[in-house]
Design a protein around this ligand. Structure first.
Ligand SMILES: Cc1cc2nc3c(=O)[nH]c(=O)nc-3n(C[C@H](O)[C@H](O)[C@H](O)COP(=O)(O)OP(=O)(O)OC[C@H]3O[C@@H](n4cnc5c(N)ncnc54)[C@H](O)[C@@H]3O)c2cc1C
Length: 319
């Protein structure tokens, strides 16, 4: 089986993720999207804005134009979880054709924990050193014993496709795994999440490094709108509608009006005299004197006009 290549990210004790090839990047997303939205200009800031818009509105097909092909080596029990992601193209090392190698996953003591009392699918709680040692010993014992039997059966000429089934699921396997960016982000969203099993999270985090390098704007947008974004259910919204005082919404709206003014001014600079009317047009209601004070404070952040207007609409719907 393949040893860890130089350009790979090592995962667990003997595994790795290596980006073999990729097709396209942020530019491919923009190129595809412009078929739907027209050519426009292609300044870098506009490309970023377009990618953020697509991500925010779950217009996902342009993200499918970017492809990643990875060479990965992982324990079989990790592959079992990984393979549930059905949109990938996979070609795996065959134990019908080739002999298994003596490569088993032995967990690091730091990751040997008790069954979580809170999460039925998780770990939690420090295991005493003697028990950790016992776990490690058992992993080694069962791996070595099963491999010895496997080798014996192999030498006796028993079919490899049958002999392999004596091996445990901490045996390493490897594959080529190809997927598009949209589905890869979906994979990373599920498998880099804190609820995912540690052993698959390590691989998912390693693949995330490739996404960051190949499509940085898409990665940033994914973090902002999917990973760290928040959606409210109908029940949650109705609670907010009933409980949030209007004055809080008005205060936030006021901030949005300032941010909108600053952003519009940043995108297309205005004369000083036009700034206060512009702010009023964005729904701002401070007096001109207060506006000047705040404007001169230099504290107003700029954002994205479309995103700020969408936020304003959401806020107003809570009133
Ligand atoms: C923390 C965690 C715990 C889990 N626990 C369990 C468990 O206990 N038992 C278990 O069996 N699984 C479990 N899973 C696996 C999980 O149910 C999914 O099978 C897995 O995460 C793949 O998700 P997916 O189907 O969205 O991804 P993919 O297969 O990559 O599909 C991506 C998207 O494509 C679409 N799609 C793909 N194929 C189809 C199709 N045939 N029909 C309709 N739409 C399709 C869907 O929109 C899907 O979301 C767990 C996963 C996680 C992350």
């Amino acid at each position: 089986m393949t040893q860890i290549p130089e350009d790979a990210i090592k995962c667990l004790d003997k595994g790795f993720v290596r980006l073999v090839d990729s097709m396209g990047g942020d530019d491919a997303i923009v190129q595809a999207a412009r078929v739907s939205y027209g050519k426009g200009t292609s300044k870098v800031s506009q490309d970023r804005g377009l990618i953020r818009y697509l991500m925010r509105h779950r217009h996902s097909t342009p993200f499918e134009m970017v492809e990643f092909k990875f060479h990965c080596k992982m324990p079989i029990f990790v592959a079992r979880q990984w393979v549930r992601h059905r949109t990938a193209n996979i070609n795996e090392y065959s134990l019908r054709y080739s002999e298994a190698r003596d490569e088993f996953y032995y967990p690091d003591p730091d990751h040997i924990e008790f069954q979580s009392a809170l999460n039925k699918q998780g770990r939690g709680g420090e295991v005493p050193a003697e028990l950790k040692q016992k776990v490690q010993d058992y992993f080694k014992e069962i791996s070595e014993r099963s491999f010895a039997i496997y080798s014996e059966l192999n030498e006796a000429g028993v079919a490899r496709e049958l002999a392999r089934s004596i091996l445990p699921v901490n045996l390493y396997t490897e594959w080529y795994w190809k997927n598009d960016l949209h589905n890869l982000l979906h994979f990373i969203g599920l498998r880099s999440d804190s609820h995912a099993q540690y052993e698959i999270r390590v691989f998912s985090d390693a693949m995330a490094e490739s996404v960051k390098a190949v499509a940085p704007f898409a990665w940033e947008a994914y973090q902002d709108y999917v990973v760290k974004g928040m959606r409210f259910s109908r029940v949650e919204q109705s609670l907010l509608e009933r409980t949030l005082p209007d004055r809080v919404i008005d205060d936030i709206n006021e901030d949005v009006a300032y941010q909108l003014t600053a952003t519009l001014h940043h995108n297309k600079p205005r004369e000083d005299a036009d700034l206060y009317p512009l702010y009023q047009k964005q729904g701002g209601s401070d007096s001109e004197a207060d506006f000047k004070l705040k404007w001169d404070s230099g504290e107003i952040e700029i954002g994205n006009v479309r995103e700020l207007r969408e936020f304003k609409e959401k806020l107003l719907s809570l009133k």
